[in-house]
Design a protein around this ligand. Structure first.
Ligand SMILES: CC[C@H](C(=O)O)C(=O)SCCNC(=O)CCNC(=O)[C@H](O)C(C)(C)COP(=O)(O)OP(=O)(O)OC[C@H]1O[C@@H](n2cnc3c(N)ncnc32)[C@H](O)[C@@H]1OP(=O)(O)O
Ligand SMILES: [Co+2]
Length: 139
């Protein structure tokens, strides 16, 4: 497996609305999508498009969200994960497992509508890594 393009940087926030105001008003972002719920993944999501990648703003969907613990430790929010594209998510999972990394759960459909999986931060130098099967084309 080889990681490819940095698809997005995940940023956890207690309030997508407040974070959108920061990226729009302070940082001058001009391509901010509409927030949307992803209950199956326990988050509300909003994409800030920048050249070559995206900031993926994520807010807990409810108290069972996988990012609830992170926000308890980091109440103001913060950098949460990096997402790299891979050609084949199943081959990537097999390769990661063969190399002894902990793959969290099974590949499932993420916010881009393609299969994703996460590697445990303990195997990746303390950085939560998401692998995403490359969408058909880059827009
Ligand atoms: C899928 C939709 C969307 C997309 O792109 O399509 C998303 O990206 S949604 C993103 C939210 N979903 C996930 O993050 C799913 C995968 N994450 C998990 O399963 C958990 O967050 C996990 C296992 C990484 C951590 O779970 P939790 O925080 O409940 O457990 P611990 O507090 O015990 O953490 C264990 C250990 O990991 C460290 N940790 C936790 N979160 C992070 C992080 N974001 N980056 C780096 N390190 C992290 C935590 O500090 C603990 O370390 P330790 O030294 O053991 O204290
Ligand atoms: Co993500």
């Amino acid at each position: 497996m080889t990681i490819g393009r940095l698809n997005h940087v995940g940023v956890a926030t207690p309030s997508i609305e407040r974070s959108v105001a920061i990226y729009r008003d302070l940082l001058g972002a001009t391509a901010i999508g509409e927030p949307f719920d992803l209950p199956a993944q326990g988050v509300r999501v909003c994409f800030v498009d920048v050249p070559n990648t995206q900031v993926e703003l994520i807010e807990p969907y409810d108290e069972t969200s996988p990012i609830a613990g992170f926000l308890k430790k980091n109440p103001a929010g913060g950098q949460h994960h990096l997402c790299f594209e891979v050609a084949d998510i199943h081959a990537a999972v097999a390769d990661m497992k063969a190399k002894g990394a902990t793959v969290l759960g099974e590949p499932r459909i993420g916010a881009h509508g393609t299969p994703i999986v996460f590697l445990h931060p303990r195997d990746t130098g303390g950085v939560l890594i998401e692998l995403l099967e490359t969408p058909g084309d880059h827009h």
